[in-house]
Design a protein around this ligand. Sequence first.
Ligand code: NAG
Ligand code: NAG
Ligand code: NAG
Length: 623
Amino acid sequence: MRGKLGFAIWVLFLWGTCFARFVVEKNSLKVTSPDSLKDTYECAIGNFGVPQYGGTMVGIVLYPKANKKACNSFKEFDISYKSKPGSFPTFLLVDRGDCYFTKKAWNAQNAGAAAILVADDRVEPLITMDTPEEENAHADYLQNITIPSALISKTLGDSFKKAISNGEMVNVNLDWRESLPHPDERVEYEFWTNSNDECGPKCDSQIEFVKSFKGAAQILEQKGYTQFTPHYITWYCPEAFILSKQCKSQCINHGRYCAPDPEQDFSRGYDGKDVVVQNLRQVCVFKVANESGKPWLWWDYVTDFSIRCPMKEKKYTKECADEVIRSLGLDHKQIDKCIGEPDADKENPVLKAEQDAQIGKNSRGDVTILPTLVINNRQYRGKLDKGAVLKAICAGFQETTEPAVCLSEDIETNECLENNGGCWQDKTGNVTACKDTFRGRVCECPVVQGVKFVGDGYTHCEASGSGRCEINNGGCWTKMLDGIRYSACVEGESKGCKCPPGFRGDGVNTCDDVDECNEKLACQCSDCKCKNTWGSYECSCSGDLLYMKEHDTCISKKASTEVSWSFLWVIVLGLAAAGFGGYAVYKYRIRRYMDSEIRAIMAQYMPLDNQGETPNHMPHSNI
Ligand SMILES: *[C@@H]1O[C@H](CO)[C@@H](O)[C@H](O)[C@H]1NC(C)=O
Ligand SMILES: *[C@@H]1O[C@H](CO)[C@@H](O)[C@H](O)[C@H]1NC(C)=O
Ligand SMILES: *[C@@H]1O[C@H](CO)[C@@H](O)[C@H](O)[C@H]1NC(C)=O
């Protein structure tokens, strides 16, 4: 097994390996103190953590007294490099050697350092600090490194150490603004990847990156901000081995295009040539999609393929791939045509172009490691993570031409997490003027739920206009008591806070109850009893008097209520009496009239003996 593995790696060659040109990507380090070291130096960007592409960082260099190589956790030494609020962040200087660079960075980050500077231990040109090889990449801390790292020369390291031991403060500015060219309004970038999903953490992190970055990549591409091209590395089999079993299983087109066996075991699972064909299919998907004007479909294809056609489930096949292609509305016949005949002894123009592209041009070195991201023809250094990569792509736009996605919360510099980036924030802490952008934080009064905040963004922001009281009560004082809300925010006014009646204060932090009794503001009538309450007061008048709050006076109860009630009674009774009286008079007069009529009629027939007798039984219905 060991022998086979050794052979597999030894037998395949990368194009141009003999002259492989690896470019060390750099950023600048400016020393601002002490005076003796003032200058701008170069340092090499580590291929892990998050370099602040497009930005700068200021800090103070510290060199540990113990654990100088940072191979152990600083907790064991009870040391913390976390900077106190308002002071400069710490750039931890450590020595190269004894353990992985990533381990040093992880220990520095956990101790609270904001960046790590690794001093080389020999005099040589700057090198790129990389992540450990696959076999050692189990450590899941790799993806958790978020601080930037830089390798500095032995000479500069020695100067720093000397200055620090002399008690001098070493102040430096790490600057990544020129680490990527940013010539115009479009960023060209390439992603060198692999369809192999069985190579452990490195393959997993690649596909995780594609999945998480897909959304941003597609927006950038659709709006024309970027031109993206995927690429795939292939190896070749030397002439003498073309007919060997190893090359036959790892290569297509007669040893021209090869990939290492995914399981590194020729006797089981998929072979290297399966990987080459799937890689070729992915290039072809891109070509066909690009020709139909939708290059971004590549991102959909690659994520869907990894989910639907994994090697583990034995679905890493043409049939499965074709299903994905069809589901995306692409013409699989065109793609088959692009793939050509893998068994034929002839060149495949697509893979030939890929091999040519592996060789570096101008400022870009050869692509020798997977995955590799190339932005504006420079190799990206740092971890493969959505935020970190987006930051780098954004740094590739000419200033002020970067698209909105570059200024959204997707790319955070996290400067707002500490001390709110020195920007204004409201009392509740959930409205803030701090905005993370890839170029660093800005303090700008926000717009919250359509309400605009105005102010300098640093010390003062204030909700303005209508609806302002809805947002944390317009920043004004408020209090609930017995189900009643007291508020110093006046909706009708465009700004400011005003304590409600009965209160006094700045209206922002405090509104205090006014003691109307003590301050002789009300209830000053003689013999009145004044009692202060929260937000108001109570006043009771002496004797039978009643307190009228609106007029702050006491009035007689008789004069007011009882008098008026009896007056009303008089009227009501009067009216009733008048009505009844009228009725009685009327009745009386009718009866008198009838009586006299009847009397007159009767008198004509018989003598009347009793004048007083009234015919009580006469019907009254007609009157
Ligand atoms: C790395 O981060 C992940 C997710 O935040 C977490 O689950 C994991 O425990 C971290 N690993 C280490 C070594 O801190
Ligand atoms: C993709 O299409 C654009 C414009 O249609 C073209 O400029 C570019 O070269 C194409 N890319 C590839 C890799 O074919
Ligand atoms: C801020 O937080 C408070 C509670 O702490 C909440 O009542 C309020 O609605 C929040 N405001 C906004 C604008 O999210």
